[in-house]
Design a protein around this ligand. Structure first.
Ligand SMILES: Nc1ncnc2c1ncn2[C@@H]1O[C@H](COP(=O)(O)OP(=O)(O)OP(=O)(O)O)[C@@H](O)[C@H]1O
Ligand SMILES: [Mg+2]
Length: 786
């Protein structure tokens, strides 16, 4: 309180006994029992608050009929209000005074009094009602329940609130509290305040609240759906806005005028092509006219910031040093010689003909084989920045190409966003999961947008919807990755140079672990190689017993888990130095996950180990057959396509002929577990045939033999695909002998040398060859009988 105010206050006439100092409220209805922050700014209100504080008297709060009115007369006010005690009084720095007020009781104005620099009136208290009737009790319970539900649905509601509600003992208080929190117009709140009859008031509050709960329920549903989309788009916008506000508060940001000057400078320095610069300058003028306060102004400024921050300049690319590139590729990745060679060739072509339109590299292979990390390595080798865009599940072309600026919360698509992050046109931009690109639909086809990005004929003039001007992408080096080839849209595939990464053999994995993964995980877990080591046996055991994958991602994860355990033991002081050996794995990683499954499964007749090609790089699968009394039917289960069912029929016919058994009194049941892709069906023909023969003859199949091959009705074994992946899968599963169709013998070239050395291959011309290898001849006695 400053001196003149104080003098005035001292000189003030005392109030009559039944009179109350009043503060008119523009928007707030104070309810009894509710604590509420109230800001007063009008001189008369400040004087009222100060006088009340000085004399330690309550204040009466009355709602104005029109919020805008500043100089209020008695008739501008509702005559029913609430008394409140000021529990805190805070003087703000801009002349605003903040009160924290606790509402006491309802009052009705009897008559306004003159002669004070603020409003004063004689008032009568409105008596609170008796609450003990069953009708009130029932409504009280209902309101409690509803309030609890509403609190749960409210996004930011504090947890204590529901405790407070549950602990309430007075229906009137609860009704007032809920009324206070309701998101309704002030006039409606006033109506609730003026409803003195408790039963009627409870009914009104319940009705309002249940309306609200309904809306909340729906909006929660919608909210959950749109939240994610909204978040991503809006996040950046909101963050920028906040940053600006914070800078302003701290006095760091430049204010309006010079901020625009800064933007102008940035636009001029960005090196935009001439017409783009003209366009930006025009938009900047528009912004200057508009002022920044408006929503449109802030959107326009965001747009200009985007324009000014993109790497427009045509800097010269760093020359590619092939020798250096080779070194970098070797440093980052073990093996992959063929692949590295192709990458270097690709770089050499780029070097010789930088403006030429070289195809886009596309790495295809199972998870964890190093596709993404090869991309990073290429960027490092070329001295460029690396950016990654995940395309999996992209359904909306706007994700690639952006939304028009007219759309609220619009932003550029992810290509332009990546380039801004990279701050240079000479960026390596990787599109991951190009094989999982969503189909075009309602929102336009993302693959055609992607085509525009990747196509060297078009991408020098790439137009993002948000930018609305062309941006030259021709200097960007694009790389794509995917798990499988055949779901990559054809027109995209045509523009790419496909490089397949089939997966690693055990030996390669051991080397990768020793040279890279262990080192990296030691570092990640704050361990030194002097104090912690992982024996080679342990690494091998992790590969064989705990992971079954083409890549090395689970291997790395498991190595991480093992080393974290060591880190913990060192931290606990259990030991100084730790060498993890194979026998420790059981304790740390639990029982083996892939312990000789083949031996267990194939110990009974009727189970054959097949080899399947899957998008994650080949796997073994068990084809199981059993027989039950019946009438010669064939039952097939598992997720099989038509082709595979036909294959099973053929296998049965062949098996009948081959064994010469009469199977009229039994039903045969073939089960192929899920996981084998239906389209891969035909390659299981030999395995189905063998499992039937094994069952009929009651002789088990050798557990270390796996097979793949289609069959003809005449017993010929026909060729299949995916030999390399299937062979690697067999090796991983501990198989020793692999049976392949004779006509696939030539594909052995592609199989890694390690697999060729460790596996024995048997090439089948006819199904009988398979029986000989995997089951053996009939015992002599039986052969005679047959
Ligand atoms: N030949 C290798 N030498 C060294 N590390 C490797 C090699 N291959 C893979 N890695 C490592 O394995 C991990 C997984 O590789 P990456 O993330 O590149 O797999 P990806 O092929 O992109 O898989 P996804 O299809 O799941 O994206 C990385 O940490 C990578 O460095
Ligand atoms: Mg990847």
């Amino acid at each position: 309180m400053n001196a003149p105010d104080k003098a005035k206050a001292m000189a003030m006439r005392p109030l009559p006994e039944d009179a109350l100092i009043l503060i008119p409220m523009r928007n707030t209805v104070l309810f009894p029992g509710v604590i509420s922050p109230i800001t007063v700014g009008r001189p008369s209100s400040i004087a009222a608050a100060q006088e009340a504080a000085r004399t330690n008297k309550p204040i009466g709060f009355l709602l104005q009929r029109e919020a805008e009115k500043s100089d209020v007369k008695p008739n501008d006010l509702y005559w029913v209000g609430t008394t409140g005690n000021v529990v805190r009084y805070i003087t703000g720095n801009e002349g605003a005074h903040h009160l924290v007020v606790q509402g006491q009781s309802r009052i009705r104005v009897l008559e306004f009094l003159e002669g004070w620099p603020f409003l004063v009136a004689r008032v009568a208290a409105v008596e609170a009602q008796d609450e003990t009737s069953p009708e009130i009790e029932a409504r009280f319970l209902q309101l409690k329940q509803q309030a609890a539900e509403a609190i749960e649905l409210l996004p930011g509601a504090p947890g204590e609130l529901s405790l407070v509600v549950q602990g309430m003992t007075s229906a009137g208080m609860l009704a007032d509290m809920v009324a206070n929190l309701l998101d309704v117009k002030s006039a409606d709140k006033q109506d609730l305040l003026e409803t003195f009859d408790l039963r009627r008031r409870l009914d009104k509050v319940i009705a309002r609240l249940s309306e609200r709960v309904g809306v909340l329920r729906i909006s929660k549903e919608i909210g959950e759906k749109t939240q994610k989309q909204f978040n991503e788009r809006q996040r950046e916008h909101v963050l920028r806005e906040q940053m600006r506000q914070i800078q302003k508060e701290l006095g760091e940001g430049e204010d309006g005028e010079s901020e625009l000057a800064g933007l102008k400078k940035a636009i001029d320095a960005a090196g935009m092509p001439e017409d783009t610069h003209k366009h930006a300058a025009k938009e900047l003028k528009r912004l200057q006219r508009m002022g920044e306060g408006s929503a449109e102004g802030s959107m326009l400024r965001t747009y200009l910031e985007w324009l000014s921050e993109l790497p427009w300049k045509n800097e010269a690319a760093k020359p590619i040093d092939i020798a250096e590139a080779r070194k970098v590729l070797d440093e980052d990745h073990f093996g992959l010689d063929k692949i590295k060679r192709r990458i270097l060739e690709h770089l050499a072509v780029r070097k010789l003909n930088p403006s030429g339109k070289s195809p886009i590299l596309c790495f295809v292979g199972p998870p964890g084989v190093g596709k993404t990390s090869l991309g990073q390595s290429i960027a490092r080798a070329m001295g460029r920045k690396f950016q990654r865009i995940a395309l999996g599940g992209t359904h909306d072309e706007a994700e690639i190409r952006g939304h028009r600026r007219t759309y609220i919360g619009a932003l550029p698509g992810n290509v332009i966003q990546a380039l801004r992050r990279a701050e240079s046109k000479h960026t390596v931009l990787m599109f991951d999961e190009i094989d999982k690109l969503g189909m075009g639909g309602f929102h336009g086809d993302p693959s055609s947008a992607l085509l525009e990005v990747l196509d060297p004929e078009q991408n020098a003039k790439f137009r993002d919807n948000y930018l609305g001007v062309d941006f030259d992408l021709s200097k960007v080096m694009f790389i794509t990755t995917g798990n499988v080839l055949d779901t990559i849209p054809g027109p995209l595939r045509d523009r790419m140079e496909i490089i397949q990464l089939p997966g690693y053999t055990e030996e390669e994995k051991v080397e990768i672990a020793k040279r890279y993964l262990v080192k990296r995980q030691l570092e990640a877990n704050g361990l030194s190689s002097e104090r912690t080591s992982l024996s080679e046996e342990a690494v091998r055991a992790i590969i064989a017993d705990y992971t079954r994958e083409a890549g090395v991602r689970n291997l790395e994860r498991n190595i991480g888990a093992v080393l974290r355990n060591a880190a913990m033991r060192i931290a606990e002081g259990v030991s100084e130095k730790i060498e993890i050996s194979e026998k420790d794995l059981r304790v740390i990683l639990g029982p083996k996950k892939f312990e000789n499954e083949t031996a267990q499964r194939t110990s009974v007749p009727g189970v054959a180990t097949g080899l399947a090609w899957t998008p994650v790089g080949g796997d073994i699968l068990f084809i199981e057959t059993s027989k039950v009394p019946g009438s010669g039917k064939l039952i097939i289960t598992g997720q099989l396509g038509e082709v595979m069912k036909e294959s099973a029929q053929a296998a049965l016919t062949l098996a009948k002929v081959f064994t010469g058994e009469n199977l009229e009194k039994v039903d045969l049941h073939i089960h192929v577990p899920a996981g084998a892709t239906p389209k891969d069906g035909p390659s299981a023909g030999v395995a189905m045939f063998l499992s039937l023969v094994s069952l009929i003859r009651n002789q088990p199949i050798r557990s270390d033999v796996a097979m793949t091959g289609e069959i003809s009705l005449r017993g010929l074994v026909l060729p299949i695909g995916g030999v390399k992946e299937k062979t690697l899968a067999a090796l991983r599963a501990g198989i020793r002998t692999v049976m392949l169709p004779k006509r696939n013998e030539k594909d052995l070239e592609d199989v890694p040398a390690e697999a060729r050395q460790k596996l024995e291959f048997v090439f089948l011309e006819r199904v009988e060859d398979a029986v000989r290898t995997a089951i053996g001849e009939l015992p002599t006695a039986e052969r005679k009988a047959a």
